[in-house]
Design a protein around this ligand. Sequence first.
Ligand SMILES: [Zn+2]
Length: 403
Amino acid sequence: MPLVDMKDMLHHAYDNGYAVGAFDLVSLDFLEGITSAAERCRAPVILSLAESHFDYFDFELIMPAVEAAAQRATVPMAIHLDHGASMDSAVSAINLGCNGVMVDASHEPIPDNIRCTCAVVDMAHACGVPVEGELGYVPGVEGEDAERHPGEIAYTTAADARNYVEQTGVDFLAVSIGTVHGRMKGAPKLDLQRLKQINEALGIPLVIHGGTGLSDDQFRHLIASGVAKINYYTALSDAAAKQINENTRADASNGFTGLVKDIRTVVAAEAERCMRLWGSAGRAAEVLSHCHPWMPVEHLIIYNVKGIDETRVETIMAEGRRVLPAIPGVRGVFTGEAMQDDAKYRYTWLVRFCHPAVIDSYREHPDHVTFADKLFRPVAGERISIDYQIVDPVIQGSSYVGH
Ligand SMILES: [Zn+2]
């Protein structure tokens, strides 16, 4: 199950002078293209989902596929929320299976950015999930012409960056040193001196947004100055669109499957080119041995009740199924009743946590405390409660089939 801790993954890249690609995916074609590129060149990779794209696919529906793709992979992967806009987005991303989140309050004044980022960091770290913050402003929109979204670049300064990282505790920092989101006419001019100063001041993995359009040399300079994660989407989107246009030209009567034919192939080719250029190709084995695997925990309770009838038990369980899944780090809540009449324990709770850190943060979360103290513990007299670390889960459909 090569889902790995993203902080370990990016520190390996940072310490060893290469960068991991964080490729935004917008469909299953992109997902398959990106994962097959990583398999082909044995690269660690970040499967990235940008909140700005949530109009184009259902985040809740696509996440099980993204997770299955990571679980069946043989190279290390992480799943990341790109440009999360709020605390709610970060919580739901973690509960749906992201093991890294970006909080983007970079358009806010620095004190507000710090306040908003701090809150997300506290929540995410209590779930074992690392956080990427952004300071300075990278204008533009992923996948579109930069000229259509002309915002002013706000450059990150080393002093602001140090203050921001110290105060927020972010694990990685997206910096603004001259790149823009989307397509540019001509190559962007990068302020590499500024990047070097930021890197010396921070010593944590840096992130570049707006990777499309940079020259091979520019990428090498970025990586040499601490960039360990490169966000990349526009060039993948352009490759896919070009393929669709070619499919249309080749046969005007093409139906949908004819139009989208070979998107996976062209997305994979561009992603693989990046992995080789950025130095992540061939690193899979060392990353796997260096990183903690990302493995869930099953919080199991079996119990009997005293003094209440079946209907009341069901009401309490229903209330638990309503409030507990919203607690950060909870992947799922299952309740059940024994099928055998003579079972020693009649009822069960099975709560899945994304990470062992959630054992403590869940126990202390106000919604859990209220539920447990007011409703559950007063009636659940006899009970056993155990947290199990799940080792190497085998899920149907998750065995990797080579391409
Ligand atoms: Zn971005």
